[in-house]
Write a protein that binds this ligand. Structure first.
Ligand SMILES: C[S@@+](CC[C@H](N)C(=O)[O-])C[C@H]1O[C@@H](n2cnc3c(N)ncnc32)[C@H](O)[C@@H]1O
Length: 280
């Protein structure tokens, strides 16, 4: 068990899919040979001659596989990597009939053992904010080292950027967010987490390693239709900051009640950054 339940991943998936940068997703598909140039018909349902491999890090139940679903994506080889066997089993249950899947129960911290060799694209979503700078360095170093043999790209979507805006506003929004963002940098098992800096840090490291890098915002835009997700987000923020010295428990409880009361009628924007790095 990783602490990421199937229910939580299900709850956020619709907002995640709406939030992803359309442009970067299209370019990732293009890199995999799954889109035709603008204006032309799709060429084929086969990606390319030979096996085209995608390694998805922290795959959960397979959200990236679903996000990159396109004609031909069923002919890719999907290596799903997660340390949580229950999430991998759920991904297999959902997709093994229609996709070519290898499941890899690995700890991402052991970069040398990740199944990256031969992958044309390494993907991740909602992952890099959990990861340390040192781990990003080691991962990109390994990818760049593999590049001479295998041209590989990295597509990392939905890296939290530290911004959460609420409508209606509450006077304690900024105090709660500041405490939440501090908690985001806590070690979650992959070192001192990058949290809100993850997208920009990943982009810098890829650029320094010679990749062509593009970034694009991919905010959650939540309203009353997402009330169940918004309520979970509020409870998650409260749980993350409840011991913080700078927030009085009664003040936090008032904020929680106000936020839950407006979950079905208000709006919330949670910032993320998508990152795509392709070989030069
Ligand atoms: C926020 S979830 C995102 C899951 C999926 N990519 C998605 O978008 O729905 C983070 C994922 O990273 C996995 N994870 C966290 N720490 C890990 C580690 N040390 N090794 C492998 N996987 C890890 C979790 O099990 C979880 O599936």
């Amino acid at each position: 068990m990783s602490g990421f339940s199937i229910d939580w991943l299900n709850l956020r998936e619709d907002a995640d899919q709406r939030a992803r940068s359309h442009a970067l997703r299209e370019q990732a598909l293009d890199w995999l040979g799954l889109t035709a140039p603008a204006g032309a018909a799709r060429l084929s349902t086969a990606p390319r001659p030979g096996e085209v491999i995608v390694t998805d890090l922290g795959s959960g139940t397979g959200a990236t596989l679903r996000a990159l679903s396109a004609p031909g994506s069923q002919n890719l080889v999907w290596r799903l990597v997660d340390h949580d066997g229950a999430l991998l089993d759920e991904a297999l249950r959902r997709h093994r009939r229609d996709y070519r899947i290898e499941d890899h129960q690995n700890d991402l911290a052991i970069v040398a053992e990740l199944p990256l060799g031969g992958a044309r694209l390494v993907t991740a979503s909602a992952l890099f904010d959990l990861v340390s700078a040192a781990l990003v360095d080691r991962l990109v170093q390994r990818l760049a080292g593999l590049r001479s043999g295998w041209p590989n790209g990295l597509y990392a979507a939905l890296n939290y950027d530290g911004n959460t805006d609420w409508d209606p506003v509450h006077p304690d929004d900024m105090a709660v967010l500041a405490a939440f963002n501090r908690d985001q940098r806590r070690d979650k098992g992959l070192g001192h987490a990058l949290g809100p800096d993850s997208g920009t840090y990943l982009a810098q490291v890829l650029e320094a390693a010679g990749y062509r890098v593009q970034t694009a915002p991919s905010p959650w835009q939540l309203d009353g239709q997402d009330a169940a997700l918004v309520r979970q987000l509020i409870e998650g923020m409260v749980a993350a900051v409840c011991g913080a010295a700078e927030i009085d428990p009664a003040q936090l409880e008032r904020w929680r009640e106000f936020r839950l009361d407006s979950a079905a009628t208000g709006r919330c924007r949670v910032g993320h950054l998508d990152v795509l790095g392709l070989p030069p």
